[in-house]
Structure formats: structure tokens, C-alpha cells
Design a binder for this molecule. Structure first.
Ligand SMILES: *Cc1c(COP(=O)(O)O)cnc(C)c1O
Length: 374
């Protein structure tokens, strides 16, 4: 089955009792057991839930992994994965990763003896130099947030493997529709389901996908032991979102391409960051490892005040953090999403504006940016 078909059918057979074509929301915390010590399938819902199970099956299939686990948030997934580390272990982090991932390593895991360095993963020499004996994870995003840098996943995965480290890709921006890291040699994929997979800005969720059976056993234990599990209603909403992922991503990409071209020709825009533009430094790698170039882009205005003015003047784009929903969003990373990384290696230009292109008509979106920039 092709991607679009699997998104609708894997893990989502009609229910055995009534034939409901939509996976039921099993809103329960516990399960009646026929005999002591012999639960039917589940005993307590932190350990498992059929709605969650359906979501995990379809996510594993879409990413090309054997198993997936879903979590209460993207950071819940990340935390659970990092709980596999021990004091003295080391993580190499891309220098433009999600601010919350950086904060977790810098301000939480650091207190538990887990060390890390940030590097420009496009620079192979720095990557090799950063790897130590106890490097367990090389953590990357591509495209990155908010500078839309492209990392060659196949290359970084090969270097990680040579070093005996796990290559983890946060695939939130691309989604499995545009890019499948496991097929490029990565060991683990992490998602914020909150974004494109959910797709409607109405839930918080996370996921981990891998084909490493030993790792998934450990993570299944940690998921239950640490407890960052999603509720059945959120799993249902995520399942509903995933069904339309393919057509939504096509529309996001079409809109972003139009807007990138418009912005690139605008006199008040100093620079556009979109991997679909032929002069983007990562364009060729992106064209090789992605189906299209995604729905996220950033641009530099001439000053911090200009950036704030544009973001406050749009009418269709909502001024909001987050991304990946059907509605277009605009924000100024410096004082908003990236305020927590000011002064760190992840600091971003203050005149930068980031947009998450929704699936409204591209003409309306271009007109909105045109009036906001005028
Ligand atoms: C939002 C986001 C996260 C964190 O996910 P939450 O669901 O907000 O916890 C991680 N990585 C990326 C790339 C994100 O955009």
C-alpha cells in the first residue's frame, strides 16, 4: 500500500463489535480482567490503550519503522528517549535544534550528568571533532528551526554509526510524507505530533519511531515507568489528522513555494530562508532527501522593529507560536519561540520572521503579507 492509503488504513480496521470505521476513543483508565493476573490485552491505561495503539501502528508504518510509541508531547518523547542515557554519556546536538530540546539538555539533563555539545552538522569536520568515546546520540533536525538549514541525514547517520552512536532525527518539520530518515540510515525518529501530524492546532503530542527492537523494549518500559503518555482523545485527534497528512503537506508546500518566491522579490525583505529556493545552500541535499520542501520558511526584514511590525500587521496569518496547522501563523523568533536560547549558540537574528504556511489559498496569503510589508 502507498503512503496515502496506509495513513487511512494501517491500525485502523473497523471495530470488531459494531463496525465503526473511525477508531473509537477508549476513554478509560483501567480494564476489567477476566481472572487474576490474566488481563485480556491491557490492565491499566498508562501501559496501553487501543486508541493509542492505532496511532502508534500508523505512525510506525508511515515512517517505515517497525514500532512507534506515542507520548503526551514532543518533549515527553524526547525526555523518555534521553532517559536511556547514563551519567557521563554525551550527546551531539545540531546547533539549530528546537529550543526546548536544547533547554532540556542544558538545564535538566545536565544536572543528571549527561553532557552535550552543539555543532553545525553541515560541517563534517566539526561533527567528527565533537564525537567522543561516550557519545551515544547524534541529534539532528532537517530542515532546522527557524533558519531552515538542511542536514545531509545519510551522511550524518553514517558518521554516527561509525562512532557507535545512535542517529536521532526530529522529523517534525518535514513529516514522513516529505522525508523518511530511517530509510536514510537514521536509528530513531522523534516527532512533535502537535505540529503537522495532528495538523489542526488542537492537540499536544509526541512520538518515537524506530526499527531497533531492543531500544523499543527499553522505551516501552520507560514510557510506562516515566509516564508521559497521551490521552485517548488526543490520540483520536492525531489519527484524524494523519489521515489527511499527504494532501495537507502538498498544500503547505505549494503555499510556501509561492510565498518564498514573493518574499525573495520584495524590496523590504533582506533574505529568505526556504530550502525550495535554488540559491538556498541546502537546496540540492533537500531535493535529494525530501519529496518537496515543506511549509515552513523564515525571512529577514531590515530591523527588529520591521520584523515586529510585519508580524503584528498580518490579518490572515495569526501571530502565534507553534506551526504545522491548517491555519497560517507568523512569529518573531527572537522575542518569542527563541527567547529561551538568547545568548546561546542557538541565538537567531533579531530581524527574523518565521511563518508556518497554512492551507488557505496562496493568493490570499501573499496579499496578506504584501499589505503587512507595505
Ligand atoms: C514543537 C517542537 C518540539 C516539541 O514538541 P511539543 O509537542 O511542543 O512538546 C520538538 N521539536 C520540534 C522541531 C518542534 O517544532
Amino acid at each position: 500500500m502507498r503512503f496515502e492509503t496506509r495513513a487511512i488504513h494501517v491500525g485502523q480496521d473497523p471495530d470488531a463489535e459494531f463496525g465503526a470505521v473511525s477508531v473509537p476513543i477508549y476513554q478509560t483508565s483501567t480494564y476489567a480482567q477476566p481472572a487474576v493476573g490474566k488481563p485480556k490485552a491491557y490492565d491499566y491505561a498508562r501501559g496501553g490503550n487501543p486508541t493509542r495503539e492505532a496511532l502508534q501502528e500508523v505512525l510506525a508504518s508511515l515512517e517505515g519503522g517497525t514500532r512507534a510509541l506515542s507520548f503526551s508531547s514532543g518533549l515527553g518523547a524526547t525526555t523518555t528517549l534521553l532517559l536511556t542515557l547514563r551519567p557521563g554519556d554525551h550527546v551531539v546536538l545540531g546547533d539549530d535544534v528546537y529550543g526546548g530540546t536544547y533547554r532540556l539538555l542544558a538545564r535538566v539533563m545536565n544536572g543528571w550528568g549527561v553532557e552535550f555539545d552543539t555543532v553545525d552538522l553541515a560541517d563534517e569536520v566539526s561533527l567528527r571533532a565533537a564525537i567522543r568515546d561516550r557519545t551515544r546520540i547524534v541529534w539532528l533536525e532537517s530542515p532546522t528551526n527557524p533558519l531552515m538549514k538542511i542536514v545531509d541525514i545519510e551522511r550524518v547517520a553514517a558518521i554516527s554509526r561509525e562512532a557507535g552512536a545512535m542517529c536521532v532525527v526530529d522529523n517534525t518539520f518535514a513529516t514522513p510524507y516529505l522525508q523518511r530518515p530511517l530509510g536514510l540510515g537514521a536509528d530513531v525518529v522523534v516527532h512533535s505530533v502537535t505540529k503537522y501530524l495532528g495538523g489542526h492546532s488542537d492537540l499536544i503530542g509526541g512520538a518515537i519511531v524506530t526499527s531497533d527492537d531492543e531500544l523499543i523494549e527499553r522505551l516501552t518500559f520507560l514510557q510506562n515507568a516515566a509516564g508521559a503518555v497521551p490521552g485517548p482523545m488526543d490520540c483520536f485527534l492525531a489519527l484524524r489528522g494523519v489521515k489527511t497528512l499527504a494532501i495537507r503537506m502538498e498544500a503547505h508546500c505549494t503555499g510556501a513555494e509561492r510565498i518564498a518566491e514573493f518574499l525573495a522579490g520584495h524590496p523590504k525583505v533582506a533574505r529568505v530562508y526556504y530550502p525550495g529556493l535554488p540559491d538556498h545552500p541546502g537546496h540540492d541535499v533537500a531535493a535529494r532527501q525530501m519529496r518537496r520542501f515543506g511549509g515552513m520558511l523564515s525571512f529577514e526584514t531590515r530591523s527588529r522593529d520591521d520584523a515586529i511590525a510585519v508580524a503584528e500587521r498580518t490579518r490572515i496569518f495569526f501571530l502565534a507560536e507553534s506551526l504545522g496547522g491548517v491555519e497560517s501563523l507568523i512569529e518573531v523568533p527572537g522575542p518569542m519561540t527563541h527567547a529561551s536560547v538568547a545568548g546561546s549558540p542557538l541565538e537567531v537574528p533579531e530581524s527574523l520572521v518565521r511563518v508556518s504556511v497554512g492551507i488557505e489559498h496562496p493568493d490570499d496569503l501573499v496579499a496578506d503579507l504584501e499589505q503587512a510589508l507595505s
